[in-house]
Design a protein around this ligand. Structure first.
Ligand SMILES: [Zn+2]
Ligand SMILES: [Zn+2]
Length: 336
């Protein structure tokens, strides 16, 4: 099979690798499309230290079941995406349905020892295969993962009917958070985003946007929930300043490994600062089912699709010139 290998930082090459063979309880997906995540870009440049040379990345994917091992009850040809969290299944977190915080978890596409979804084929446990709803355009399946990140962040913030939700950052995760808050019945949602292209896209999703500087004056009331999809000092400060006392502030963006934050807006106003990482298996499956019902919302989230031969150039361009309005998908089912 062809695989997009991170030979070194800033250097991806297409190489031939042996086709995986499913063992008992395993499945091989024939990959159709895989999205380039911000974390892949920072892995490509070496900035986040979460990817290593020699690995095949890719955790936002869609394909079809190509072959199955013994004991697997999945039909060949089933369209599916991958739940990328691999956990121990035995610890308190796993037994409580929160495998994403299992201390022994690894993530497909992050784990350097496992070939992931920027390749023609992906080997994974059958339990991590999530069938896609009938009729869903296959590339939309690659959006389920980032959409689930947003849904989990909104759930971590207990977003519900009547909430006033401020989202910091209008990139793919901020977009996913906004759609999730809408789905959960928020009274209003405002997204702060400096990039005009991203603001246009979020506006088109039916969500209000503002520029970060001075934006908070435009809110008609302080937010009851803020979800930071950027995760740097400035956005956390904004989230604290724009929320009411007692508000929930969710940190899902991983823009900086350390933050300098004002303590008193948290202590004296009893705001809760809540971490959010990935999603539960249940939220992931629910997001896949929901995604099949809203093709018109998902189509604008795909900014461009490139064949594998152009993937390395796309990574270089994105890392150098800044990100696209939303997702770039690498297609493995097209020549080029
Ligand atoms: Zn991602
Ligand atoms: Zn566990």
């Amino acid at each position: 099979m062809r695989a997009l290998v991170l030979d070194d930082f800033w250097n991806l090459t297409v190489e031939q690798r042996p086709d995986p063979v499913p063992g008992p309880g395993e499945v091989v997906l024939r990959i159709a499309a895989t999205g380039i995540c911000g974390s892949d870009l920072h892995g490509f440049t070496g900035d986040n230290g979460r990817r290593q040379p020699g690995q095949v990345m890719g955790h936002e994917t869609a394909g079809t079941v190509e072959s199955v091992g013994a004991g697997v009850d999945l039909a060949v040809g089933t369209p599916a995406t991958a739940y990328p969290v691999l956990a121990c299944g035995e610890c308190a977190a796993c037994r409580g349905g929160r495998s994403q915080i299992c201390a022994r978890r690894t993530v497909i596409g992050v784990d350097p020892h496992r070939s992931a979804a920027f390749a023609d084929r992906l080997l994974l446990p059958a339990a991590n295969v999530v069938p896609l709803p009938a009729g869903m355009p296959l590339p939309h399946g690659a959006l389920v993962e980032p959409l689930a990140v947003g849904y989990h962040a909104a759930c971590r913030g207990s977003v519900g009917a009547g909430d006033r939700v401020l989202v910091l950052g209008g990139g793919p995760i901020g977009q996913a958070v906004a759609l999730a808050a809408k789905r959960l019945g928020a009274a209003w949602i405002v997204v702060t985003e400096p990039d005009p292209g991203r603001r246009t896209l979020v506006d088109a999703l039916g969500v209000a946007t503002v520029e970060p500087d001075g934006a908070l004056d435009t809110l008609d009331a302080p937010a009851s929930v803020a979800i930071d999809a950027v995760g740097v000092d400035a956005t956390v400060a904004e989230a604290l300043a724009a929320t009411e006392p007692g508000a929930r502030v969710v940190l899902v963006g991983m823009g900086a490994p350390r933050l300098d934050l004002a303590a008193y807006p948290i202590s004296t106003a009893e705001r809760s600062l809540i971490g959010s990482f990935c999603y539960t298996a249940e939220e992931f499956a629910a997001t896949a089912a929901w995604a099949g019902t809203v093709p018109e919302l998902l189509a604008p989230l795909i900014s461009a699709q490139v064949p594998l031969a152009e993937a390395a150039d796309a990574f270089t361009r994105l890392a150098r010139d800044g990100s696209a309005a939303s997702k770039i998908l690498v297609r493995f089912d097209e020549e080029g």
